[in-house]
Design a protein around this ligand. Structure first.
Ligand code: NAI
Length: 337
């Protein structure tokens, strides 16, 4: 049988280190993938004048699935985010980020099990901003009925598929009455078709406070682009930090799997990054490719290595480097078969 093609974008900073770990773990789980490796990110921008060469978009569109490392984006100037551009170009409208407690990663809460669902294509990330005059800047928040309806449907379908009891729509419609009001109106319309799933609405500042007080109250958080971006990192902190939270960007015709974290320039090149987040993103990818058994085996191996605590990385209080941690997971996978 021909190997399944998947685009691999190693990215910047710790990207190549953690992406390399993920491809090795996938291979050790027995899934044969023909990786189509492509460059994107800040280093590429220096070489080719753009952080997202057209071939990346064309190839992900052709192949349909990609595993991506983080890419660096300059702050306050320079090129626009290649992540946002890729999500928009491929219409990857749903960012799906499962946030679950890991047995081997002690945190304040033990039984967090929620999915952060973030609308990925519009909101304040429309990139439409300008200086009205020196000293006055304007940034446009775009909210459309179409995007709100489809992300709301995605939330309730996900809840139904995974047997999740509740969807919480996160908003600031007390202030942004029209734009966030439209978001809520769409979520309410969709909620009416899913009577078995509880629906609630919470203001974003309140949800942040509630999450740090008791995150177990939530099951699916339905959010616009900006709130989703920020609340995702907050939720990552609840289960062990950015090194352990995976993510997927899903559209109707393509999907890009990537960790929530960035290129971590402070630890890049040192070989100490935690690859768990991208390994678990690769598991989401394997589920998407109907390789569910392999995904389950990898999750089990990661769980065992983390519980043993002999090979955990520095961010989790251990002293193992990326290589040692990855090898420990591979050893578990090989030991099983
Ligand atoms: P960051 O996520 O790169 O790092 C934040 C902190 O978490 C750092 O102390 C870092 O060392 C640590 N950290 C992150 N991932 C880790 C891992 N796997 N193992 C161990 N420690 C880890 O966020 P920051 O510093 O705000 O952003 C750096 C760059 O990454 C920026 O250029 C930003 O635009 C970009 N970025 C890219 C993303 C993507 O491509 N999906 C997502 C977020 C940021």
């Amino acid at each position: 049988m021909a190997k399944r093609e998947v685009v691999l974008i190693p990215g910047d900073g710790i990207g190549p280190e953690v992406a390399g770990a993920a491809t090795q773990v996938v291979a050790a789980a027995g899934v044969e993938i023909d990786w189509v490796e492509l460059e994107a990110g800040a280093e590429v921008a220096v070489k080719y004048g753009t952080p997202l060469p057209d071939t990346v978009v064309t190839e992900v569109r052709r192949v349909g699935v990609a595993l991506k490392g983080p890419v660096g984006t300059p702050i306050g100037g320079g090129f626009a985010s290649p992540n946002v551009a890729l999500r928009k170009a491929l219409d990857l409208y749903a960012a799906v980020r499962p946030c679950q407690s890991l047995r081997g990663v002690p945190t304040r809460y033990e039984n967090v099990n929620l999915v952060m669902l973030r609308e990925n294509t519009e909101d304040l990330y429309s990139g439409i901003e300008h200086l009205v005059q020196p000293g006055i800047a304007e940034s446009i928040k775009i909210v459309t009925e179409r995007a709100c309806m489809r992300i709301s449907r995605y939330a309730f379908e996900l809840a139904r598929r995974e047997g999740r009891p509740k969807v919480t729509a996160v908003h600031k419609a007390n202030i942004m009455k029209i734009s966030d009001g439209l978001f809520l109106e769409c979520a309410r319309r969709v909620a009416r078709n899913y009577s078995e799933i509880q629906y609630e609405e919470l203001i974003v500042d309140n949800v942040c406070m509630q999450l740090v007080t008791d995150p177990t109250r939530y099951s699916v958080l339905l959010m616009g682009n900006l709130y989703g971006d920020i609340v995702s990192d907050l939720c990552a902190g609840l289960v062990g930090g950015l090194g352990v939270v995976p993510g997927a960007n899903i559209g109707d015709n393509a999907a890009v799997f990537e960790a929530v974290h960035g290129s971590a320039p402070d630890i890049a090149g040192k070989g100490v990054a935690n690859p768990t987040a991208i390994i678990l993103s690769a598991c989401q990818m394997l589920d998407y490719l109907e390789e569910r058994q392999a995904a389950a085996r990898i999750r089990h191996a990661v769980d065992e290595v983390l519980v043993e605590k002999k090979h955990t990385t520095r961010d989790l209080g251990g002293s193992a480097n990326t290589r040692e941690y990855t090898d420990a997971i591979i050893e578990k996978l090989r030991g099983e078969s």
